[in-house]
Design a protein around this ligand. Structure first.
Ligand code: KIV
Ligand code: NA
Length: 265
């Protein structure tokens, strides 16, 4: 199997072929996502919400991200594996940012890291890129800043924030980022950004005029409960299917239906 690289993604933008991305946090799901033909997998800090049950992405640690990344890497043969730098592991100082990125690369075997923000984190991005580690940017709704934003509403609807976002995207390209996630911004703005940079843009709630799409895998499989933002297309309803399967199992055990004669030694 031919592996997807950051260069493959660059070429896909150039050739106008869309990039399909999903998150994964563990071996079993990563295997299925890879087999399904995904181009790139993000070990997102959304693991903080989806896997650990926290309300925000802030609490997850670098050690926990590395554990998730190791599990995903073991399940993947083809897709590019990108890992989020968690909150607090890169914002404060570029050397710390590089140390965090190096730990992820060395200890997990992943292929790239992602971090949130534009000009505020430019020194950290430069330092990591200069060490030879591919960096994916992330602009728009950046969940690690939720306490500054106050809500998970659409970002950059106003001209000033939109202008800064375009400038930040150009800066990320200049700093050497290989791609940029655009989260929850107006489709028109995402299209503008996509035209303004030569690196791929990957949208989530950013419309169709971007170079690729990403969703949280538990959301698109319907494993998460009562989360129905407009941008989410749900392909399965695993929450109710799994709950139903468990209920049936409980019934079978209690009624002595399970195990049957055939299901024992
Ligand atoms: O952590 C995550 O899942 C993400 C994607 C939604 C882009 O950052
Ligand atoms: Na993230």
């Amino acid at each position: 199997i031919k592996r997807i690289t950051t260069e493959t993604l660059r070429l896909m933008k150039f050739e106008n072929r869309k990039i399909a991305m999903l998150t994964a946090y563990d071996f079993t799901i990563a295997q299925m996502v890879d087999k399904g033909g995904i181009d790139a997998i993000l070990v997102g800090d959304s693991a903080s919400n989806v896997m650990a049950g926290h309300e925000t992405t802030l609490p997850i640690t670098l050690d926990q991200m590395i554990y998730h990344a190791q599990s995903v890497v073991r399940g993947v043969e083809r897709a590019l594996v990108v890992v989020d730098l968690p909150f607090g592991s890169y914002q404060s100082d570029p050397q710390k940012a590089l140390d965090s990125a190096v730990r992820i690369m060395k200890e997990s075997g992943a292929h790239a890291i992602k971090l949130e923000g534009g000009s505020e984190v430019k020194k950290s991005i430069s330092k990591i890129v200069n060490a030879g580690i591919p960096v994916m940017g992330h602009l728009g709704l950046t969940p690690q800043s939720i306490y500054q934003f106050g809500t998970y509403k659409v970002r950059a609807k106003e001209e000033e924030e939109a202008q800064k976002l375009i400038e930040d995207a150009k800066l990320l390209e200049k700093l050497g980022c290989f791609a940029i996630v655009l989260e929850k911004i107006p489709a028109k703005l995402a299209a503008k950004v996509t035209a303004a940079v030569s690196i791929p843009t990957i949208g989530i709630g950013a419309g169709s005029e971007v170079d690729g799409q990403i969703l949280v895998v538990h959301d698109m499989l319907g494993m998460t409960h009562e989360f129905h933002p407009r941008f989410l297309r749900q392909y399965l309803s695993l929450h109710s299917q799994i709950t139903g399967a468990v209920a049936k199992y409980v019934e079978d055990v209690k009624t002595l239906d399970f195990p049957s004669k055939k299901e024992q030694y």
